[in-house]
Design a protein around this ligand. Sequence first.
Ligand code: PLP
Length: 394
Amino acid sequence: MNWTEHFASRVSYIKPSTIREILKLTQKSDIISFAGGLPAPYLFPVERLKEASVKVLDEQGSQALQYGTTEGYTPLREWVSSRIPGTTVDHVQIVSGSQQGLDLIAKLLLNPGDRVLVTAPTYMGALRAFDAYEVDYVMVDVDDKGMIPVSLEQALKENPKMIYAIPNFDNPTGICMSLERRQMLVNLAAKYNVPIYEDDPYGELRFEGDTLPSLYNLAPDIVIYAGTFSKIVVPGFRLGWLVADPELLTVVARAKQAADLHTATFVQMIAYEISKDGFMDEQIDRVRAYYKNQRGLMLKALEKNFPEDCHWTRPKGGMFLWVTLPKGSNSLEMLTEAVKHKVAYVPGEPFYAKGGGENTFRLSYSIATPEQIDEGMENLGKVIREHSKIEELV
Ligand SMILES: Cc1ncc(COP(=O)(O)O)c(C=O)c1O
């Protein structure tokens, strides 16, 4: 069968990844890769999860292995709501990874041709989730405090149907939106009557400074908040949550029921088991301390090895930082050279919904060892210097 002639029109929006082939090369064992966004496996609490699994099976085996409710396991929903002021269990919908939240909300709010307001750059996985609903984008520029007010207001005048924001230590830049900008964002969103999807996988991974109120805390009526266990416990659980107006969530539950009936009950019960007795908070402290140290090593190695005309973000949390090369550089072309020097990153352009960012790239400091960070940044520094010499010649 020629499958392409059977495809729905939306398939043309599901784009192939231009960098996937190059990134495949980076999976060779001798390459030091700062490309992937994988959480550090050394932090997975395997023993504690083993104990919790046995306990759940011993004490509630038949419930854990039976179909469950679409909204999620009630004690886990209560635990989530206990951490978010002003919410009850009815404000919480469990999802199969926060990635599912992106898909469900896009399905419910976006018609073909609608515009989604996103930062330039933004999380590629969100763009891919929204693409399937045949949408268009408006991009907002950012600085080290988040969305730039003038750019945001201009974008809102283009009539977006939804705003997508990652206020805490975003993927890909590591930037944390300031309190003023958060306030400005919710005020403008309310003024233009546009809902906000607040994606917050990295909020718990704060290394320094005070925790800032979420957009949801500031304006619960217009914000849909998404959280996840992926970065604080294990991504393989595929377990996340949406927090929003209960009326909206009844419709979300209908959409989720059609998509996958419910998120795995066994996994939800294990997550609750390790959350209820305070272990989760100890786990979060461990994860935070580890990434903080990794970030420090990476920043030191960047200072030492990168040329002065490069700039990079100094994240106060999360797993990523963002490098800007001098104008005219091309990080996608440079990647081939980098891979020859046994080091890899993700070029910036695919993080831009409507193009741009050719001279940028993302580095993840999550899984490399201290030695790999030193060696990798030394090699990359050399590659950048070589690349800028070539750029000057052409
Ligand atoms: C910004 C952002 N949103 C959502 C996700 C998806 O996470 P989950 O594992 O909860 O589906 C990721 C994963 O890297 C992410 O970086």
